[in-house]
Design a protein around this ligand. Structure first.
Ligand code: ADP
Ligand code: 5GP
Length: 225
């Protein structure tokens, strides 16, 4: 794996529905030296998703073979499915002098941190629980059972925020994209530690409340949808 500075991977992690995929897509569409790292996954494509563009879709056997031959820079089981970053994405980005943007979960972020010491780890926070829930509902890609499952993971993921280099709030999309660009290209520090702590505490309280409401309808472990 190439480790020079041009190869600096930029990891965008966030609790599900905070908007990291949207930010990552906007960054690679806009001007600047960013390229999206297309992950491999065993989850089924959502309507409109294209193989090789959004993900490389594969089955458990195909994925395990990638792991076996050492093709993945990191991998993890997320929401019950396997996801991983092909090492080739990092090498190709480096060869092109661009930053690979990794839209991955916190387990993957930790592996990248260990394996690629110059990686920049960015954590994206939703601006509030209400906006977050609206986005999760609005995306319309998960039923109530899957949303509850993702919220439970999200509550755990919020605890990992301290392992990240920089925190960015995704309120207005253009502002959030500009902030991430500033962080990567100009070393902007992002959200301060105190405000991060307050925001994370408020989000965790909100998630607990939302889960209580949902779990009366969808008991944990029922699968739901
Ligand atoms: P994640 O990748 O973190 O799970 P997504 O990027 O899929 O989240 O965003 C979740 C939903 O919120 C999507 O429907 C997306 O269009 C919407 N969204 C993301 N960022 C914003 C924003 N800044 N303002 C309004 N809607 C947003
Ligand atoms: P989704 O199914 O909503 O596209 O993604 C679910 C979660 O898996 C998100 O948190 C996403 O960032 C994460 N994810 C996507 N690709 C990868 C990957 O290559 N590695 C890891 N560890 N997580 C990933």
């Amino acid at each position: 794996m190439v480790l020079d500075d041009r190869a600096r991977p930029v990891v965008l992690a966030a609790p599900s529905g905070a908007g990291k995929t949207t930010i990552a897509r906007r960054l690679v569409e806009g001007p600047g030296p960013f390229v999206f790292s297309v992950s491999a996954t065993t989850r089924a494509p959502r309507p409109g998703e294209r193989d090789g563009v959004d993900y490389v879709f594969t089955d458990e056997d195909g994925f395990k073979e990638m792991v076996r031959v050492g093709e993945l820079a990191e991998w993890a089981r997320v929401h019950g499915r396997l996801y991983g970053t092909p090492i080739r994405n990092l090498d190709d980005a480096a060869a092109g002098g661009r930053y690979p943007l990794l839209d991955i979960d916190v387990q993957g972020a930790r592996q990248i941190r260990d394996r690629v010491p110059n990686a920049l780890l960015l954590f994206v926070l939703p601006p509030s629980v209400d906006v977050w829930m609206e986005r999760l509902h609005g995306r319309g890609t998960e039923g109530p059972g899957e949303r509850a499952r993702r919220l439970r993971s999200a509550a755990r993921e919020l605890d990992d925020v301290t392992a990240f280099d920089v925190v960015v709030v995704n309120d207005d999309l253009d502002d959030a994209v500009a902030r991430v660009r500033d962080v990567v290209l100009h070393g902007h520090p992002g959200l301060g530690a105190e405000e991060t702590e307050e925001r994370v505490a408020a989000l965790k309280r909100g998630v607990a409340r939302a889960l209580e409401e949902m779990e009366t309808a969808v008991p944990e472990g029922s699968g739901g949808d």
